[in-house]
Design a binder for this molecule. Structure first.
Ligand SMILES: NC(=O)C1=CN([C@@H]2O[C@H](COP(=O)(O)OP(=O)(O)OC[C@H]3O[C@@H](n4cnc5c(N)ncnc54)[C@H](OP(=O)(O)O)[C@@H]3O)[C@@H](O)[C@H]2O)C=CC1
Ligand SMILES: CC(=O)N[C@@H](CCC(=O)OP(=O)(O)O)C(=O)O
Length: 346
């Protein structure tokens, strides 16, 4: 049995790890970490866990935790995992970090986009970017996983096959994305109050969103080019879900069948990536509560562009589900163990 500690178990991403691992046959949570609810019963914080979790929330104590568990999930704000990691800890325990601290290889770029000082830059090189569909073999050998961001997960998986095969002009890529409000976390912020969000949609972080360099880096590795792109997220009045619509100019004449064959080449064997039938557009409602990524595309012959689309649940494939997928690989388990829940609807 894998012993699990979760730092940040009382946040949206952390509670989703709890929900998933309660049904995982090979994992047991032994540390429910919190900052604000220390000594409170976990089920007092989340009523859905009443009579399911009897544990009491504990403060963050990395040293003690590393002696008691096999893997630590850090579902905490940017900068925290970076301040906790060191050689002693990593020699005892594996870490799956849900924040962005180890996702961007260039520390100056990280510090510029996130506006914080990185406290353990020496470990950035070793960290593996945990997008399992692309980096599976490296994840298996890792000690420290940088769990991808929610927008990047959906954006990269939507565009990756065509970037990798070189059939799109990477200088023309535009990614338009929408997210439900759980993407912003459980902390109280005026911008996320019901009246501020309900019945409205807005773009935010236009030209400055911190997921831009993460997406650019990964699509640069895929295409072999230095990718610079436009990424514009929008906040929509729903709890969960991310929808990506990405645009790029085609470098050559291709048919539906040509492009479909490329998506199939990369994703046919991928349990969690569902390439939808012709002309079916991904919808967040069809992936909610699941670890699936639904993708599809359409060619627009009038503009010679391809439109690439994807949908995920930001808390599952965009955070906790992907983190558990990484845990499974780290411990030599089947990748989809404990993650086979179908989407919920309605
Ligand atoms: N929400 C999402 O869709 C996604 C989130 N992520 C990433 O996951 C991480 C968590 O996000 P999310 O769950 O949304 O955020 P929340 O604000 O909902 O939760 C943050 C968690 O971190 C804990 N925490 C905050 N500061 C500290 C500290 N100094 N020491 C220990 N624990 C602390 C909080 O504890 P307490 O509640 O006790 O105060 C809480 O459990 C972030 O890095 C985020 O970027 C990644 C992908 C998607
Ligand atoms: C709606 C909303 O506010 N979403 C968040 C997504 C943050 C997130 O998921 O953070 P990671 O970088 O760890 O993926 C945002 O745009 O900042």
């Amino acid at each position: 049995m894998i012993r699990v500690g979760i730092i940040g178990s009382t946040g949206y991403a952390g509670q989703e790890i709890v929900r998933i691992l309660l049904r995982h046959p090979e994992a047991k949570i032994v540390w429910y970490g919190s900052r604000s609810y220390i000594d409170k019963r976990y089920s007092e914080v989340f009523g859905n866990m009443f009579q399911l979790v009897e544990d009491i929330c504990k403060g963050e104590n990395m040293k003690e935790l590393a002696d008691q568990v096999d893997v630590i999930f850090t579902a905490t704000p940017q900068g925290l995992c970076g301040s906790l990691v060191n050689e002693e800890i990593l020699s005892k325990v594996k870490i799956v970090d849900l924040s962005a601290d180890f996702r961007i290889k260039d520390v100056d770029k990280y510090e510029k986009w996130y506006g914080i000082h990185h406290e353990s830059p020496d470990f950035i090189k070793e960290a593996v970017y945990g997008l399992c569909e692309i980096n599976r073999e490296d994840v298996k050998k890792a000690r420290l996983i940088a769990n991808p961001g929610c927008f990047p997960t959906c954006s990269i998986l939507s565009v990756y096959p065509l970037a990798k095969e070189g059939i799109i002009d990477m200088s023309t890529v535009i990614i338009d994305a929408k997210s439900g409000t759980s993407g912003a976390g459980r902390g109280a912020k005026v911008a996320n109050l019901y009246c501020e969000v309900n019945e409205s949609i807005k773009a935010y972080g236009v030209t400055t969103h911190r997921h831009t360099p993460e997406i650019e880096d990964q699509l640069s590795y895929a295409s072999g080019e230095d990718v610079i792109l436009n990424f514009t997220p929008h906040l929509v009045p729903m709890n969960r879900g991310i929808l990506v619509t990405a645009y790029a100019s085609l470098k050559k004449n291709v048919t539906y069948e040509d492009v479909k064959a490329i998506y199939d080449k990369y994703y046919k064997e991928e349990y969690f990536v569902r390439v939808l039938d012709k002309d079916v557009c991904p919808e967040t409602r069809w992936v909610e509560g699941s670890n699936f990524v639904d993708v599809n595309f359409r060619i627009d012959p009038r503009t010679n562009r391809v439109i690439m689309m994807g949908a995920i649940d930001n808390l599952v494939k965009g955070a906790a589900g992907q983190a558990v997928q990484n845990m499974n690989l780290l411990f030599g388990l089947p990748e989809n163990l404990g993650l086979e829940m179908p989407p919920v609807f309605p």
